[in-house]
Ligand binder design. Structure first.
Ligand code: NZQ
Ligand code: ZN
Length: 392
């Protein structure tokens, strides 16, 4: 077991109608002029945005709005947001939407609080020394950005998708009303469940010392999301299932399931980020499409964890060799993905990549991780290419 820092400063306000508390929360955290940042319009159509602006109007809190954060959010809009905040004297950011709107807001926050080009942080050239304070109203359970230190931005030029993490960007508050997720398309609900499980699995399949308590939390979280994803497939308006998944999404990526281990593997995410950058696929679906190939490539090097996962999460019988049990666990996970209409390879994802595309993605992925990365098994560029090829 390794030592760890566990830092979760976000005040979570969870339950029905909690968005009505937004003005009080902004005041509590010192906001006097707000940028409300959102995505492509779902929050306009659902009426959430006008409820939020009505609340701020009633509380006398001035604000400006900026919509248009796309899935795999773009750097161009981040620059626009930074200029707007500087011009308007904004001192608090409110991200309303999913991971894309929240991540875009975090990047705007870095850009306002630091001199120079904000992309430098995502390009690993230097580190941020601050971020504008941020609150969020979450509309999709998926990335965990509502409590995480991460944000992921795509630079349009060269389609480079990169993440940057620092505690400065952890939201001050997160409003989570599971009812707000009921307008999601089924595909996005399933993508979200996949991402939540993946954030836990990235931290589970490691070589680093593990804690029994962390494993129990991780396995319980995985079983809960697996069960409730199927409930939501059949009954999308089920409040309790929405709530289970929403809270799981935050716990999966606020560091809880990483306590005591070596920080995680993260190669499935890195492989997906190239797909998201190049083909603009939904993040969760991209993860499902490469996970099986990744798992088959690495499982022999991390056999005890894959065996434990098969038995404790996927309900595989403890019969046969360790390798057989591990492989049955991987197959069961892929069956689960299929059961919620997630892809298990690139073709099912709708990506018809050429060999040249695969080589290019492996090249960019290797650059993005500084040469090699992984914990279950350390992967270099050749290994990344082999996994992309196997996922075709
Ligand atoms: O843009 P709008 O119109 O709001 O529509 C969105 C978008 O089309 C829609 N949506 C969201 N809530 C809705 C809704 N539609 C109807 N009703 C609602 N209640 O769903 C679509 C997806 O939204 P998006 O914000 O892109 O999804 P997600 O939360 O999955 O975010 C994905 C992005 O986050 C990054 C991903 O790489 C990707 O760029 N990640 C961020 C992380 C972090 N910050 O910690 C970690 C993750 O691993 C991930 O990499
Ligand atoms: Zn993710």
């Amino acid at each position: 077991m390794f030592g760890f820092n566990y830092y979760t400063p976000t005040k979570v306000v969870f339950g029905k109608n909690t968005e009505s508390q937004v003005a009080d929360l902004i005041k509590e955290f010192g906001g006097t002029k707000v940028l409300i940042h959102y995505g492509g319009g779902s929050v306009v159509r659902s009426g959430l945005l006008s409820r939020v602006t009505d609340s701020l109007d009633a509380a006398g809190i001035p604000y400006v709005t900026l919509g248009g954060a796309v899935p795999n959010p773009h750097l161009g809009l981040v620059y626009e947001g930074i200029e707007l905040c500087k011009k308007e004297g904004v001192d608090f950011l409110l991200g309303v939407g999913g991971g894309s709107a929240i991540d875009s807001a975090k990047a705007i926050g870095y850009g306002v609080a630091n001199e120079g080009d904000v992309w430098d942080f995502y390009d690993y050239k230097r580190k941020a020394t601050g971020c504008l304070p941020l609150g969020v109203i979450l509309t999709i359970a998926a990335t965990g950005s509502e409590m995480s230190d991460s944000s992921v931005i795509t630079k349009e030029e060269g389609l480079v998708k990169r993440g940057y993490s620092s505690d400065y960007s952890r939201p001050r508050f997160a409003i989570m009303n599971p009812e707000l997720t009921m307008t999601l398309p089924d595909y996005q609900t399933a993508c979200g469940c996949t991402d939540i499980m993946m954030h836990t699995m990235e931290r589970y399949f490691t070589q680093g010392g593990n804690m029994e308590i962390t494993d129990a939390l991780a396995e319980g979280l995985l079983r809960t999301v697996k069960k409730n994803a199927v409930i939501l497939r059949d009954d999308p308006k089920n409040y309790d299932a929405r709530a289970e998944v929403m809270w799981a999404g935050s716990l999966a990526h606020n560091g809880l399931t990483g306590c005591g281990n070596d920080g995680g593997d993260w190669m499935t995410h890195k492989l997906e980020h190239e797909l998201g950058g190049l083909y603009d696929v939904a993040h969760g679906a991209g993860l499902a499409a490469v996970w099986g190939s990744w798992a088959r490539y690495v499982y022999k090097d991390c056999l005890p964890r894959f065996k434990k996962f098969a038995i404790n999460v996927m309900d595989v019988a403890d019969e046969g060799t360790d390798e057989e049990i591990a492989l049955r666990g991987i197959e069961a996970m892929e069956d689960f993905y299929r059961s919620i209409n997630m892809p298990t390879n690139l073709r099912e994802l709708g990506v018809n990549a050429t060999e040249e595309d695969l080589v290019e993605m492996a090249r960019k992925c290797a650059i993005g991780v500084g040469g090699e990365k992984g914990s279950a098994k350390v992967l270099d560029e050749a290994a990344m290419l082999a996994i992309y090829r196997a996922s075709m």
